[in-house]
Design a protein around this ligand. Sequence first.
Ligand code: GDP
Ligand code: IMO
Ligand code: MG
Length: 423
Amino acid sequence: MKKIDVILGLQWGDEGKGKIVDYLAADYDIVARFQGGPNAGHTLKFGGNKYVLHTVPSGIFRENLINLIGNGVVLDPVVFQRELRSLEQSNVQFHSRLLVSRKAHLILPTHRWLDAASEAHKGKAKIGSTLKGIGPTYMDKTGRNGLRVGDIAAPNFQAQYNALKNKHLELLKIYPAIDFDLETAEQAWFESLDTLRALPFVDGEYYLNDALAAGKKILAEGAQGSMLDIDFGTYPFVTSSNTITAGVCTGLGVAPQRIGRVIGITKAYCTRVGGGPFPTEQDNETGEQLRQLGMEFGSTTGRPRRCGWIDLPQLRYTILLNGVTELCMTKIDVLNTFSELQVATMYRYDGVETSNMPFDLCNTPMEIRYETYPGWATELDDVKTFDALPAPARNFISDLEKYLGVPFTMISTGPEREKLIVR
Ligand code: GDP
Ligand code: IMO
Ligand code: MG
């Protein structure tokens, strides 16, 4: 039986997953999203156009390829409808190729408001949520109150919706007041369900396992990054799903022994958007330079991303959690003009030097040991092979591989689909 390959982010999100999924999708029959929701923003660039996907898997632009939204995803039908309209405007024929798992949970308008109210309540300690309703929707899922895509077909769906909405309206009373227009939002939400209904609903677990048995090639697309994982990320500054490889099993209904290649993506540096600890953050001119050169502004919220150097203890941790079999480095071109680069290689806390993450990154005072690498001060636009990279770039990558114990099989040299070195 075939195995399912996985692509996911090893940092705090925005590693360039969309670009790599779109590139690799050409070799697959199915691309499946396994967790997250419209908090994700995956950017694809080809043919002179740019597309940002939030809920739709990044294989949608490859003709004939099936795209599946898995049960682990939380879906806002209003955002989804907007995304589909924009695909229609780009003449993408998706109607028979975009499948939705019946067990995916629905984001209600009141989930979004609960997200906003919870953040307002936290004040300065806020998570920096994307305010898409992700946390409250996953809370209703684990609290066994949620509504699922398959429930739309139930005769008492309206009653189920009303019960959950009314509970949310009660809950909203304990939080700082926020502005919302229930009637308008509700109307848009119910209208958007028609767009959702027009797509095939599937029992994703049977669909994907049958596809594997029939020899189909499947790629699982992660959202967010491993450092935002609900269990292993920088809790509480995390998202509300398991973003790591284990999330593929629960978010799609495939068994652990069905996992094949695990491709972990890291930028050549590091970014994070929202609150929470970030050991190698450069809250200075270097960070500003990375932000400007890397155009580090959120794909979903437009917020400036915090920038810093690549962090090897952090990557070692997420490689371990995910069982990464190969690495992909993106945005190496952003470093083109730097005369020197820094790489974090070791932490020091509680009086010892270690490459392990502390229990509580938020409250552990830590020193970081950096190694300095020479830059390459050259454009990489025309570089098509690893050997053609300037020697300092090759050296940088080879040293990282030695430290991390996993090979870099792909190096991305620009946002466009074709700007990729495959080894
Ligand atoms: P994702 O959430 O992991 O899919 O990543 P995002 O799309 O949120 O953010 C990555 C950003 O970097 C997007 O604007 C991409 O177009 C861009 N990008 C991806 N790969 C590269 C690269 O190799 N070089 C440069 N300069 N930009 C890249
Ligand atoms: P992609 O898939 C970067 C961050 C938010 C916030 C925290 C919790 O594009 O890599 P949430 O809305 O999930 O409750 O926010 O997680 N976050 C992301 N950061 N990329 C993402 O997705 C993110 N999705 C959520 O900024 O700090
Ligand atoms: Mg993103």
